[in-house]
Write a protein that binds this ligand. Sequence first.
Ligand code: GDP
Length: 471
Amino acid sequence: GGLTGGIGRRVDAAVAGVSEALFEPVIRLGVTGLSRAGKTVFITSLVANLLDRGRMPQFSAAGRIEAAFLQPQPDDTLPRFDYEAHLGALTGATPHWPASTRAISELRLSLRVQPSGFLGGLIGGLTGPRTVHLDIIDYPGEWLLDLSLLGKTYAEWSELTLERIAHRTQAAEFMAIARAEDGGLRLEEPRAQVLAVAFTAYLQAARGAGWSDCTPGRFLLPGDLAGSPVLTFAPLPKPGSVPRGSLYREMDRRFAAYKSLVIKPFFRDHFARIDRQVVLMDVLGAIHAGPMALEDMRRTMAEILGAFRPGQNGFISSILMGRRVDKILFAATKADHLHHSQHPKLTAITQALLREARDRAAFAGAETQAMSLAALRATVEEVREHGGETLDVVRGTLLDTGKQAAMFAGLLPDDPNHLIGPARKGEAAWLDSDYTVMNFAPARLTLRPGDGPPHIRLDRAAEFLLADRLG
Ligand code: GDP
């Protein structure tokens, strides 16, 4: 596309007719984050709040949006983001959390916007409101991590991975199998499968324990590739010789196939077309899991951000062809687990986690921002007396029992460096043990007059990501 600044850079002439495309810019908003970061809830809430505006006081374009409606998406072969089912889960009679992101999906929300400003008034007077399409692309952050595999051979990847996981308890079983295996022997498919199954089980356990660096991403979220040869490999120690037809040789070939048939197409067909990006992070979950998990999240975020720094990666540069993501929002999710007095600290920790990653993105010219938010507030705030102290707590309905419970998650430190950095690695967990026990159900939407919006800072997220394109 080639329209000027505020009107938007991307037009999808292949989808719309040429004249329509000229006047109907498209914003392709990528939403990613590791699994359980909150992508599904974020997209569902963002769309619900854009469809039914009035709960987004900090979103400056809201007043100019005359109408918002869901439309058929432009990409016919991508699964559609199941908005209605997710909204149904969150807002039904017994609200529950929707099924999480398993693969890529897309949703088109079209906005009829009254142009702003003098020029806008002029154009608006001539043409009336214009339509801006918001195409939301939901995809697992695990897939972005795969970018780091492109630059590695199977031998390099195997060596690095085995070294990194050798002492993780979750990897004990896989390591035993891998060590006992002789990759120089002739390939027997059942043995390859045993290795892949054990490696996948390790990845799942590692994710569950709070480790972020769990590649290859499709092993965790295989979609329709489950069971295919391209996902039936695992890291192996290099044998003395690697004859033709050996297990190691075949694993090497499958690793190469994973790169060319899984990783590259995703980046070329989907990632390369994104304009704006949200990276959601369960920072509270990592803080609770402990220092190692937090350090791992820091490293992983730096790696994820590598994808947004085209100069660094020849493959990415070649598929972007000069395009780039120009805004990236990093959001610590589930902030409703903390009293708002602690939100600035959570944001500061998120910023500290991203320092290195942000420097890189800034280098590539993208504008970045960090914030703490809750796409759907499941709690209300209260002040409680406890043992002569006053505590700022949050109260919500427990998912399993349906009972009300108040939680004081603990105090985050004023200085994020108390959590992040080599000095803190030896410690156990920081947040109160109640933190994970307290699994709150999504709150019924009562919206009595005087109630705050049913989210925390979702409107600010929309402001950063969208407002300038809706002017
Ligand atoms: P995804 O894997 O990134 O799609 O993650 P989901 O959107 O499915 O969120 C994972 C889980 O995090 C949900 O099932 C909720 O338990 C929790 N969660 C997500 N967003 C919020 C939020 O705004 N507030 C609270 N309290 N919990 C949330």
